[in-house]
Design a protein around this ligand. Sequence first.
Ligand SMILES: [Zn+2]
Length: 245
Amino acid sequence: MREILPGLWDIDEIGSMVHCYLWQWQEGITLIDMGMPGNAEKILAAATQLGYEPQDVKRLIVTHADIDHVGSLKALKRATGAPIACHTVERTLLAHPERRTPARTPLGMVITPLFALARLAPALRVEPILPDELYVDGDKLPEGFTLIHTPGHTPGHISLLHAEKRFLIAGDALHRRGGVLAAPPSLFTPDMENAHRSIWKLWKKYGEEYNTIVFGHGEPLQGNIAAEMKRLVDQLFAAEPGRKA
Ligand SMILES: [Zn+2]
């Protein structure tokens, strides 16, 4: 595992396709996103390496209910007993994973049946699960996080701001695959317009409050945040008449 900032760890034992983060705070640890199915043991082993027992996990925070972020949620809930937290709106997708669809673009329509079929494969099956704690935009968690509703990729997607330690856990509201800061992939983002607005919000409303961003996909961004965020927001909104980035 890799410490990105003091107390913020990337559990890279699960690989680098998707990130699971561990946050150390006064009362124990909190996990943010729970990897693919079958990742629970590796995630717990990483926590053990830092000296924590399963019961030290105080909360399991779900940025959104996609399989690569909740694949091992049920197993980790069973092992730790920790409450599952998400945005109120994301409860629906956690409880009904089959309602997740690709975008309603021509390509999205083509792959929709494949998407449904793929879900039947045991390795890709997301089991329904109910969250224990529901939050809305602006809520504060004892870990120091402010919850930011960043819909678009999914309706109840959230990002987490730690204003005191100045970092942002973007989830999939932002991507950094290949080192390029970008919007989430259009094929799996049914509401791209809102996804763009969410990026605008992360920059315009909160841009001064963090100097590190960690992502569901891609390497952390540290240092040159303002230039990168501004470039992306300008690019996303340049095409919209009457809208100033
Ligand atoms: Zn993802």
